[in-house]
Design a protein around this ligand. Structure first.
Ligand code: NI
Length: 462
């Protein structure tokens, strides 16, 4: 067999392929996570009025629009020199929690859970959300209820269920009403109950799984606010492979700590620390960095997680329970924020009128990891330079290494079993990569795995 294709491979967000090159004996010589799409938002934003960016950048992705929206608004606040009202800060935080609830529950219940609850040895056409509905109908029902809450929260605060538009330079375009607060609080409370009930499922999900899969040893980066878990606000922190703090920064200082680079096999950019070392972002990284989640059930879950995996966790598949703990924290925090009636205050915006700084850097923690929007404008506020660094680029190297690690274990004499293919995907899926965000891709999202034997010229024909 000269080439093996997995097509379509589902349950990742974007269009990607895995390429495995074999040596003469049919063993694995190299393996890459390979992204082949490009959109180019950073280029076509040049010349746009910067206040349009919070409305344009959510179109990068239908999965993570809120993260781009809020990061963009933060960069705009700096450019217009605005100190936003507290209620606007809380509304933006709530908007982010809506994104977390929606995105993390999508990943946990619908993308990752079928591997664990149905089993990776089961045929692909049964290993999906429909298979889950058949096998675990109650869990599937709960997943739909929490996702509905995340979507409704985004719609009520963001103005639209998918591409929110309410975060603007200086704050928010509208407040929420008491009727909305009551409705959302009821939904948040129900979501919190479900999140608490299903924690044991998430906690035990890896019990029968080989935890060495996709192993890499990296530093980590993530945001906190005085040691507390924070999705928007605070500082960005880097820790070493053993958890030792390395640095802490905010705003444009990120360039003193990380750098981007590219490889010739992928349109997806890579990031590394300025000293050349690799780091990871997202749930695993954030939970390695925080002292506390700041809410009771998530803190109790964090204790159990640390008892099981340790204080600084390198296990790639632990992204799954770590993500669940964040989902639980978002449900709890949403209840907290919505229980405070000051959230309906109509003081949601500081008026802005002129450019105060020609550069603004918005850094937030998106569900998949640290997200940076770096804008430079002219004195009239038109974009001159735009750099977006998304989570998937920062995890790119680790995903690539993880694919290589699993490929070496599951490819034998140039062949790979159905279960082996899915084990490669499980490692990629643990990171919940968003290819749409990372390359700004359009279209269907198949995934292809190609095994290329050692033969002169074949790789060039691909
Ligand atoms: Ni995305």
């Amino acid at each position: 067999m000269t080439r093996i294709n997995i097509s379509p491979v589902t349950r990742i967000e974007g269009h990607a392929e895995v390429r495995i090159d074999l040596d003469e004996t049919g063993g694995v010589e190299s393996a890459h996570f390979n992204v082949v799409e490009l959109r180019g938002f950073e280029k076509f934003l040049i010349g746009a009025a910067v206040e349009e960016a919070p409305r344009i950048t959510p179109r990068i992705c239908g999965i993570c629009p809120t993260s781009h929206h809020v990061a963009s608004a933060l960069a705009c606040d700096q450019i217009f020199g605005a100190d936003i009202p507290d209620t606007a800060k809380y509304l933006r935080e709530l908007l982010m929690h809506g994104q977390y609830v929606h995105s993390h529950s999508l990943h946990f219940f619908m993308l990752a859970a079928p591997d664990f609850l149905i089993g990776h040895e089961v045929p692909a056409d049964e290993r999906n959300i429909l298979g889950l509905v058949k096998k675990e109908p109650e869990i599937a029902k709960k997943a739909i209820i929490v996702r509905k809450f995340g979507q409704r929260l985004t719609e009520a605060i963001g103005g639209k269920p998918i591409h929110p538009s309410s975060a603007i330079p200086g704050g928010m375009s509208h407040a929420i009403t008491e009727t909305q607060r009551t409705e959302l609080l009821e939904m948040a409370t129900e979501a919190r109950t479900i999140a608490e009930e299903c924690w044991s499922l998430a906690r035990d999900i890896l019990d029968k799984t080989d935890l060495s899969f996709g192993a890499v040893d990296t530093a980590f980066m993530g945001g906190t606010e005085n040691g507390r878990y924070s999705v928007c606000g605070g500082t960005t922190n880097v820790i070493d492979t053993d958890g030792t703090p390395l640095s802490s920064f905010s705003g444009a200082a990120y360039l003193d700590h990380i750098e981007e680079y590219s490889e010739d096999w992928s349109y997806l950019k890579f990031s590394r620390l300025n000293d050349g070392r690799y780091y990871r972002v997202g749930p695993l990284a954030r939970l390695n960095i925080v002292d506390t989640m700041g809410t009771p059930a998530a803190d109790a879950a964090l204790d159990e997680y640390r008892d099981k995996f340790g204080r600084c966790v390198q296990t790639t598949l632990a992204y799954n329970p770590a993500r669940y703990i964040e989902f639980l924290a978002s449900c709890e925090r949403a209840v907290e924020l919505l229980s405070d009636t000051s959230i309906i205050s109509d003081e949601v915006r500081t008026p802005v009128d002129e450019v105060v700084n020609t550069r603004g850097v918005g850094i937030i923690e998106a569900p998949r990891g640290t997200l940076i929007h770096d804008y430079t404008v002219n004195e009239d506020g038109f974009m001159e330079k735009c750099n977006l660094i998304v989570a998937t680029c920062q995890n790119n190297r680790a995903m690539d290494q993880g694919v290589f690690d699993v490929a070496r274990k599951v490819v034998s004499n140039g062949t790979i079993s159905e279960s082996g293919k899915n084990q490669i995907e499980m490692v990629i899926r643990a990171y919940d990569p968003c290819i749409s965000c990372a390359t700004h891709a359009i279209g269907r999202m198949p995934f292809k795995c190609t095994i290329v034997p050692k033969r002169k010229g074949l790789m060039k024909k691909r």
